[in-house]
Design a protein around this ligand. Structure first.
Ligand code: FAD
Length: 332
């Protein structure tokens, strides 16, 4: 009998978040023809997302659609996820390593009395099992972990931007099912202690930092809120997002929603522009897994150059507009 892989989808509004497609991509790396892939979608008015996920290779979609699921709330979502795993009895459950996944996954692992491997960035498939690589010590080292008791249901969270998209836009999932079966979870139980009435979202730009392919980040070197303008221009031309150091946030140059680092967001874009950023270990913890790092700094001794693939020693207020003009020409 094959394995049962379960993905707990994450929504942004009525859309499926990219990290969910990436979780399906991770499943595609592990699953064989005899395995089953099940997806749980929790939210409110999520018909469109359920349709988007109804793909060949996904065997079943379990839908928890209720106005009380409109916003993530630990107790309500856990109630749905717990019912789901108890009913479907998966062998491996995958979530994104996001605010929601980091909250929900340990509760599930505890309920299942099993273990959890968090922040997985790659998977090695070997005869009879899997090994999962994850960064430790703020990205200074990596460890490889395996599940030891195959009989348990294990929980994984995967870091956004590290796996190819599964299903629709990327790697095909195994299995011949063309139309997944749909099941519906009952309403959330009435005994819940808290209800989220509203969520006030601080916009950090139209592109989610954790999913952005290109990030243009500014540090204290931008010197003022206006100093972020050239960075915003570059991000606009490259269809990227703007990020920042805690130094820039503390100085009041930008909102904390942009903070990248140990106590901010962890990002893994294809290209990370570090403009006027010294390269503290706390900042590196949030961005040193970026595929290509471009550093612009007036100080040739700045530690950011030790992790940079391309380093430009110079004034960001001269360099960034030049880069913007060149990219605009190239991309027009
Ligand atoms: C517990 C804890 C958690 C923390 N968490 C985080 C975190 O999550 N994220 C984070 O970022 N920090 C974090 N920090 C803060 C961190 O230690 C640093 O203070 C911060 O990252 C420094 O920000 P910076 O690089 O913008 O500023 P600075 O270190 O002041 O660097 C500014 C850089 O700009 C350069 N520069 C100046 N003018 C220009 C110019 N015109 N053109 C180009 N370059 C120029 C300078 O040479 C300098 O290298 C944390 C600290 C602690 C103690």
């Amino acid at each position: 009998m094959g394995r049962r892989f379960a993905v707990i989808a994450e929504m942004r509004g009525h859309q499926v978040r990219q990290v969910t497609w990436e979780a399906l991509g991770a499943v595609a790396q592990m699953a064989k023809d005899e395995d089953r892939v099940i997806v749980l979608v929790i939210g409110h008015a999520i018909g469109e997302a359920v349709d988007a996920l109804s793909l060949p290779g996904i065997h079943m979609i379990v839908v928890a659609d209720n106005d009380r699921y409109q916003y993530y709330e630990a107790e309500t979502y856990f109630a749905a996820a717990r019912t789901f795993v108890d009913q479907e009895k998966p062998d491996i459950v995958l979530l994104g390593h996001t605010a929601m996944g980091r909250d929900l996954a340990p509760m599930l692992a505890s309920h299942l009395q099993s273990g959890q491997i968090s922040d997985v960035i790659s998977i090695e498939v070997y005869e009879g099992g899997f090994a999962f690589q994850r960064p430790i010590y703020a990205g200074k080292a990596f460890e490889t972990k395996r599940f030891t008791q195959a009989s348990k249901c294990w929980v994984l969270t995967i870091r956004p931007n590290n796996f190819p998209l599964g299903g629709q836009a990327g790697a095909l999932l195994p299995g011949a099912i063309t139309v997944p079966e749909r099941r519906f979870l009952p309403e959330p139980p009435p005994t819940l202690r808290s209800i989220v009435r509203d969520v006030v979202t601080k916009m950090s730009g139209s592109i989610d930092l954790t999913e952005a392919k290109i990030i243009v980040s500014g540090g204290r070197g931008v010197k003022s809120p206006d100093g972020f303008k050239p960075l915003q221009q570059l991000a606009l031309v490259l269809n990227g997002a703007v990020g920042a150091t805690r130094g820039a946030c503390d100085a009041g140059y930008c909102d904390y929603a942009l903070q990248i680092g140990q106590t901010g967001k962890v990002v893994t874009p294809e290209v990370y522009f570090a403009c006027g950023i010294s390269g503290s270990i706390q900042h590196l913890a949030g961005m040193n897994q970026s595929r290509v790092i471009v550093a612009i700094n007036t100080d040739p001794e700045a530690p950011i150059f030790e992790v940079a693939d391309y380093g430009i020693v110079g004034d960001l207020f001269e360099i960034v507009p030049l880069l913007t003009a060149e990219f605009r020409k190239l991309l027009s």
